[in-house]
Design a protein around this ligand. Structure first.
Ligand code: ADP
Ligand code: MG
Length: 326
């Protein structure tokens, strides 16, 4: 934690449980805040003496053999409750295709226990709404997809015959950043929000891919907008905040995935936007940096008011936060 006013990015690593987990190469620190990766001897030989064979990474937590519920408690619960009092927050999943990003954000629909961060966040928000008399809370939802640096509305109500393909643009105004042309849906019940989520999910751009046949080639941003209207006990009339829940496109290397043609073009866009995201996150972590170029990519531009120090909306009350799960 840098200090109490300035927010910072929290990073967690979730390890996908596999039968052949490389126990001898990957070690977790005793406090679960460090990962050591050490290449095995034969791999070392290959790498020659000149190359690095061990790495150590520090983070806010390692989520190993962690249930969906524990993941939610650790990375999302506080951020969602802070959003309910006026802070913008962002949770995003970064990692290779197959690493478990969609599992973490969406979860599986077959088992309620395995639902991910987005349905749980929706539930938490609606629980809070039901209990609240003042302020009166209005919940809205949008689902934006960024594919090859082009914006798509996953909840567009207009038919997809092409005629309605209105160009969406990102607008940065004093009230915050918004996407002009993106449909925002008012939802009164948890079930309505969930059905919009699943409707949008089914429209995502998906391509066949060497690493995962359901590889997603786009960044998807599910946003919950919270508007709190005070009627009695406050000088403030209205507080707005939003939670961005992001399933990033896979971060695979071009050579490994054997991509060509359209897939190569997609991978190039993905890698470019992920490296701009990395630059922004790195810059946010550096207290000496004052200028950060959010406009380099659609992804970072859309998130401009929801990442790092700029995320407090009108009435900052406590420390807001953003989380990255890798
Ligand atoms: P990504 O979205 O990163 O490409 P997925 O979320 O689709 O990866 O995960 C790939 C597969 O692994 C899916 O079948 C998913 O259900 C499974 N999976 C991922 N993470 C876990 C986990 N922590 N526990 C159990 N199964 C998982
Ligand atoms: Mg996925």
């Amino acid at each position: 934690r840098m200090d109490l006013v300035r927010k910072r990015v929290h990073t967690f690593v979730r390890v996908k449980p596999t039968a052949d987990f490389a126990q001898d190469m990957v070690k977790f620190g005793p406090d679960n805040k460090r990962i050591e990766i050490c290449l095995k001897k034969d791999a070392k030989k290959e790498a020659m003496n000149s190359r690095q064979t061990s790495w150590s990474f520090k983070m806010d937590g390692v989520l190993h053999n962690t249930s969906q519920e524990q993941v939610y408690e650790t990375v999302a619960k506080k951020l969602v409750s802070e959003a309910l009092i006026g802070y913008n927050g962002t949770i995003m999943c970064y990692g290779q295709t197959g690493a478990g990003k969609t599992y973490t954000m969406m979860g599986t629909t077959a088992d309620y226990k395995h639902r991910g961060i987005i349905p749980r966040a929706i539930q938490q928000v609606f629980k809070a709404t039901a209990q609240s008399i003042d302020p009166l809370i209005t919940i809205r939802i949008s689902y934006l997809e960024i594919y090859n640096e082009t914006l798509f509305d996953l909840l567009s109500t207009v038919t997809s015959d092409g005629s309605s393909a209105m160009q969406m643009t990102i607008v940065d105004c004093p009230e915050g950043v918004y996407v002009k042309g993106l449909s925002i849906h008012t939802v009164s019940f948890e079930e309505d929000a969930l059905s919009l989520l699943f409707e949008g999910e089914s429209k995502r751009v998906i391509a066949e891919h060497a690493l995962n046949k359901h590889s997603s080639r786009s960044h998807c941003i599910f946003t919950i907008y919270i508007e709190s209207r005070f009627r009695f006990f406050s000088d403030v009339k209205c507080v707005n905040s939003k939670i961005n829940l992001i399933d990033l496109a896979g971060s695979e290397r071009l050579s490994k995935s054997g991509s060509e043609g359209q897939l190569l073009k997609e991978a190039t866009y993905i890698n470019k936007s992920l490296s701009f995201l990395e630059q922004v996150v790195t810059a946010l972590a550096d207290p000496k940096r004052d200028h950060i170029s959010f406009r380099q990519s659609k992804l970072t531009y859309v998130l401009k008011d929801s990442l790092g120090k700029s995320c407090a909306s009108q009435q900052p009350l406590t420390v807001p936060s953003s989380k990255v799960i890798t």
